[in-house]
Design a protein around this ligand. Structure first.
Ligand SMILES: [Zn+2]
Ligand SMILES: [Zn+2]
Length: 324
């Protein structure tokens, strides 16, 4: 499943395998083992011959050729120049959990991040306006913050910093008040609605959000979906000048369908002396492996490594956030 996430594989076999995994996860381990021994796995809805074979191999404890093949085929490629950036990265600063529209628990995301060599991560589920994504109300956010404190005790020295991906509303205000945002370690702010508003209005909307003392990172600034949705239009001179002025980092979003900002805009942001964050925006554990895509782009455009927030330690990041 992790491998299928990172490969973004929409293939039929992948879907069938994911469906089979759902069935397996819902079943008590004893029953699963019994069925594997008796050869009755395929009696279950959603488990075909090839999935049954993979399950039997996995339960037998040996190598599973299908999984080994997936492991090899789904590795996210990276250029030599991009690898220099990837090696410098200590964290992911934009990712989602089941609390909003992610597919994995906070703990699974954290354990995967640890496996990738990260020292910390910022948990940024959605804010309430994004109802389709089960955005977090102030109450649920407070519960989540308490949950994160408990997890941090278990996972130390790894750290989960609290955060949110807060919606930038149409007038440039934010989808949570000062009282809520000031409680969080790091705030990513993103436009998710009315992406087609006229350029001048969009510019004002974004500049207002960027200038907020609570906002630390501007998420996927154009909102484009490659092949599906054009980038929104705004005056990048104003927006990036504001990012530099108000110490709001420009996100390099690594989702394959976003890769936002496009290169020419990224180049402009570099010229304005902005800070940056290379973020997976992961909604599943495997997607945490997408950072190489952003690293490659950063290398191509020549983003100064020392201006990338996720190459800093958590303490350095928190000091920077406190100073803005
Ligand atoms: Zn977003
Ligand atoms: Zn997001």
């Amino acid at each position: 499943m992790h491998c299928l996430d990172r490969s973004h594989d929409p293939g039929f076999k992948a879907k069938a395998f994911v469906r089979a995994l759902d069935v397996v996860r819902a079943m008590p381990p004893d029953e699963l083992a019994q069925r594997a021994m008796a050869g009755t796995l395929t009696d279950l809805d959603g488990i075909g011959d090839s999935s049954a074979k993979v399950i039997q191999q996995a339960l037998a404890g040996g190598d599973v050729p299908y999984l080994a093949e997936l492991e090899g085929k789904t590795q996210v490629p990276i250029t030599d120049a991009g690898a220099v950036y990837r090696q410098a990265i200590k964290a992911d600063l934009h990712l989602h959990s089941r609390w909003s529209d992610g597919g994995a628990t906070i703990e699974s995301m954290a354990r995967t991040a640890i496996g990738l060599g990260h020292e910390y991560m910022v948990l940024t589920d959605h804010s309430p306006r994004l109802t389709v994504a089960h955005g977090l109300s102030a109450e649920r956010l407070a519960e989540q913050v308490a949950d994160v404190a408990r997890l941090n005790e278990q996972l130390a020295p790894f750290r989960i910093l609290t955060g949110i991906e807060v919606d930038i509303l149409e007038d440039g205000t934010l989808d949570h008040g000062d009282d809520v945002l000031s409680q969080l370690d790091v705030v990513v702010a993103s436009v998710h609605s009315k992406l087609r508003m006229p350029e001048q209005e969009m510019t004002g909307r974004m500049v207002r959000a960027v200038a907020s003392p609570h906002v630390d990172i501007l998420g996927h600034c154009t909102g484009r979906m490659i092949g599906k949705r054009e980038p929104s239009t705004f005056d990048p001179d104003y927006v990036f000048a504001a990012c530099a002025q108000f110490h709001t980092a420009v996100e390099i979003n690594c989702r394959p369908e976003r890769l936002d900002p496009p290169r020419p805009l990224l180049q402009m942001a570099v010229e304005y002396g902005c800070y940056f964050a290379i973020n997976s925006d992961a909604h599943a554990t495997g997607q945490l492996e997408w950072q190489p895509k952003g690293c490659d782009r950063a290398a191509e455009v020549g983003v100064p490594i020392e201006r990338i927030l996720n190459t800093w330690t958590a303490d350095a990041l928190l000091r920077w956030v406190a100073g803005t």
